[in-house]
Ligand binder design. Structure first.
Ligand code: ME8
Length: 644
């Protein structure tokens, strides 16, 4: 393989599942990637920034069924939501990969075949437990619960039993090569605590990994064995290759592979730091330089996640504040490796104090004074005095520190330093009181010097902030009358006095509106919760409703369906005849307790075959935390009575 160019920087985000719409957690990883991407471009690197969506697998298949959609229809909808969000957040990715695209599917099949031909993939039988939420096979030592099932140790959800023929990947053969690789590349996983976690996991022994399913239809078919679909993680991880041209644009691929950094949340570390390098070793491809596992955003001290229903919809924040306050807050508030707790109070406080007060005020007052005292253009200054020089030198020191912090993923530290500098410049103006000098004609050059220093500092500050708050930085840059785009100045060429004398400024607009907490909370309260919003009411008319034949049914007989956990077969009298129905309620009700009960059934629903039994109708039940609660009547009602 041709050698990757030294200037190449290839950054990726996870590809997100399309089972649900994006939230702040997804926005976080993507914003980090965007900041790194923009920073590296300022350094003159050739950057490729890949993001996208993970569209196959049981989780997406189930979510689509629940919504009455085909998986691809759900994917198409959710992809739109992701793309809209990235646009609203000013994310400048180079390519958006979808794993349902034919070029990706074809390459994954080819790699699968290659590994099979090599003997790294073989056929066998998998028996064990699977967590659909994490799309993960549980380790054997996860204990059985009293009810005879297993709980996923990562997400706390109930796992499913899987017993089927499948293809295995010989992960066990890569245990030693992986451990050797970690030893030689101690910064492969960052931060270091996560590297230790990965090493100790790998040391415990790696078992071969089932990488196909026969019970999941929504996946890439195994070449020449179409009863099997490829395990969603095998499929998804390869996006990092196919997204930069592997197998379809090898020139691009060779320019950027191996990836410089895969940015991920710590939830998916094992997939990226163990499975992924093992797959690559098997495919004889170079391994990525770094996998960075960042911390989680929590809400009320619990991980924000769709299944817990505690996610924050970024659109509400975007509507009130715009992209930059959110980008700034997420990157400033906590170091990337640690968890952060999102609170509305914390957000509003940080944004008002840092952006509106410190930065916004500095921009406003500097530019307004230049406008008022020099008609927008400083033509002459006197020489630098000690305090003026200090502002320049402090910037030169700042630039080096920021470079170092950005290079080392310490974005919050970089921002902290930039804010110390913003405060120094504000103080410099307060001490020198240019508004007083403006009254004395003999101090014009001195006044010019002070405002020039503040203006030059602003130019430099906006440049350093560009990776994090690109929209606002560009605005400041443009207010200063700069003509070349901000990205065209190389970091190495950035100097305090790159600001030319005699440059005419533009009238500034307010940059960051100050928002009162109570107004923001009001906005948040008026939004439907993400879960409710998803239900998006689709009205039916009365005639459509009348077409449903809902009746009181009486359960005559009931028995548990063999080999299932939840299903009960019922014989139900619907007034005119006896019907057989299958209901998923055995985790809550016993067959015996249902006999004799009257409940609501829909009798003109098209029959469906469930576990080989024809279900000729359906009973209605409320879903409470994933479990069925059947509404029974509080008065005696006639069997077969209409329900309307
Ligand atoms: O895992 N805090 O997709 P996913 C911070 N498709 N980051 C969070 C977060 C939170 N509360 N919640 C989510 C998948 N994230 C797979 C990835 S890659 C080959 C396949 C971010 O939709 C974080 O980056 O569940 C996490 O790793 C990712 O979203 C999980 O997204």
């Amino acid at each position: 393989m041709a050698k990757r160019s030294k200037k190449a920087f290839y950054v990726t985000t996870p590809i997100y599942y399309v089972n649900d719409v994006p939230h702040i957690g997804h926005a976080y990883t993507t914003i980090i990637a965007d900041a790194l991407n923009r920073f590296k471009k300022l350094l003159g690197n050739e950057v490729f920034f890949l993001t996208g969506t993970d569209e196959h697998g049981q989780k997406v298949e189930r979510a689509a069924t629940e919504k009455g959609l085909k998986p691809i229809e759900l994917a198409d909808q959710v992809v739109g939501r992701f793309k809209d969000l990235w646009k609203a957040l000013n994310i400048s990715y180079d390519f958006f990969i979808r794993t349902t695209e034919p070029f990706h599917e074809k390459s994954v099949q080819k790699i699968f075949q290659k590994l099979k031909n090599k003997g790294d993939i073989y056929k066998g039988i998998y028996k064990g437990w699977y967590c659909v939420s994490d799309e993960n096979f549980l380790a054997e030592d996860v204990p059985l619960e009293e009810g005879g099932y297993k709980i996923c140790p990562d997400c706390g959800k109930r796992a499913d039993v899987v017993s089927e023929e499948c293809y295995f990947f010989k992960l066990s053969a890569y245990q030693k090569p992986l451990l050797d690789f970690y030893a030689q590349n101690p910064t492969f996983v960052r931060p270091p605590s996560r590297m230790n976690e990965v090493i100790s996991f790998a040391r415990q022994g790696l078992k071969d990994l089932s990488i196909t399913r026969t019970s999941v239809e929504w996946g890439i078919p195994v070449p020449d064995d179409a009863d099997h679909t490829i395990y969603v993680w095998f499929d998804a991880l390869h996006n990092y290759l196919t997204g930069i041209g592997y197998d379809w644009n090898m020139e691009l691929f060779e320019k950027f592979w191996p990836a410089t950094v895969h940015l991920i949340g710590k939830d998916i570390l094992r997939f990226h730091a163990i499975f992924w390098p093992a797959f690559l070793m098997a495919a004889e491809l170079p391994l990525p330089q770094t996998v960075f596992g960042h911390g989680w955003w929590l809400k009320d001290q619990t991980k924000m996640s769709k299944s817990k229903g505690n996610v924050l919809d970024p659109h509400i924040i975007l509507k009130t504040f715009g992209a930059d306050p959110l980008r700034y807050f997420l990157l400033r508030e906590v170091p990337i490796g640690l968890d952060g707790n999102f609170s509305h109070e914390g957000f509003v406080h940080r944004v008002n104090s840092d952006l509106a007060n410190d930065l916004g005020n500095l921009v406003q007052r500097t530019l307004i004074m230049i406008q008022n005292f020099f008609s927008g253009k400083i033509e002459e200054t006197d020489k630098e005095e000690k305090g003026d020089k200090e502002i320049r030198l402090e910037f030169e020191r700042l630039k080096e520190k920021v470079l170092n912090f950005y290079e080392n993923y310490a974005l919050s530290r970089a921002l902290e330093e930039i804010w110390t500098y913003i405060k120094s410049v504000n103080k410099y103006l307060a001490v020198n009181e240019p508004w007083k000098l403006s009254k004395d004609q003999s101090k014009r050059k001195r006044l010019g010097r002070i405002l020039y220093q503040a203006e030059a500092a602003l130019r430099a500050i906006s440049y350093l902030l560009f990776p994090v708050i690109p929209g606002s930085s560009e605005k400041i840059w443009n207010f200063l009358g700069e003509e070349k785009p901000i990205e065209e100045e190389l970091f190495s060429e950035l100097k305090f006095d790159n600001l030319k004398l005699g440059q005419e400024i533009k009238k500034p607009d307010p940059l960051f509106p100050r928002i009162a907490l109570k107004d923001f909370l009001k906005e948040e309260e008026t939004q439907p919760s993400p879960a409710r919003k998803e239900e998006k009411m689709e009205y039916i008319n009365f005639d459509e409703f009348k077409r449903m034949d809902l009746r009181v049914g009486e359960v005559l007989e009931a028995e548990k369906v063999e080999g299932t956990e939840k299903l009960i077969k019922l014989e139900v009298d619907i007034g005119t005849e006896k019907r057989t129905m299958v209901a998923g309620v055995a985790d809550v009700y016993s067959a015996e307790e249902l006999v004799g009960k009257k409940l609501v059934v829909i009798v003109n629903l098209k029959p469906a075959i469930i576990r080989g039994i024809e279900s000729q109708g359906m009973l209605l039940a409320a879903e409470v935390e994933g479990k069925a609660t059947i509404p029974f009547f509080d008065k005696d009602v006639l069997t077969g009575a209409k329900v309307r």
